[in-house]
Design a protein around this ligand. Structure first.
Ligand SMILES: [Zn+2]
Length: 132
């Protein structure tokens, strides 16, 4: 069901923005995430912290003080833009030209040609930090 040649997936841009807002490093993980609103004023309320890792490598939150961080839609877009500038890859498919298109019990992860980049794997030009 799970194959080693799954296409590369981009990082969670909400998580990257949350780490920045929390002034935290790569060991900061989200425990809970809640979407608030669905427009420009909306965003993502993320509760997270630095979990304990058990012997199987799983995050364990018992006894960990959680911090609430709000990530706005604009902050998430900024992380996407940084990713595209730094990697030269499409932020939807991580350059693989394949976009995650759901999961089923039988087939596992399903992928489809990435629409935002036209299956080129290169960043689109629909938005830019440098735009005046
Ligand atoms: Zn793409």
């Amino acid at each position: 069901m799970f194959t080693a040649d799954e296409p590369e997936r981009p990082p969670s841009f909400q998580l990257l923005a949350a780490r920045k807002n929390a002034n935290a490093g790569d060991d900061w993980q989200w425990a809970r995430m809640e979407w608030i609103g669905n427009d420009e004023a909306g965003g993502c309320l993320i509760e997270g912290g630095v979990p304990n890792i058990d012997h199987k490598g799983r995050a364990r939150w018992t006894g960990v003080a959680l911090e609430k961080v709000f990530v706005t839609a604009a902050q998430e877009r900024m992380q996407r833009e940084l990713y595209r500038q730094q990697t030269g890859k499409c932020d939807h498919c991580a350059g693989s030209a394949q976009q995650h298109a759901g999961w089923s019990h039988d087939a596992g992860n399903k992928y489809a040609p990435c629409k935002p980049c036209g299956a080129t794997g290169k960043p689109g030009h629909e938005l830019s930090i440098n735009k005046a």
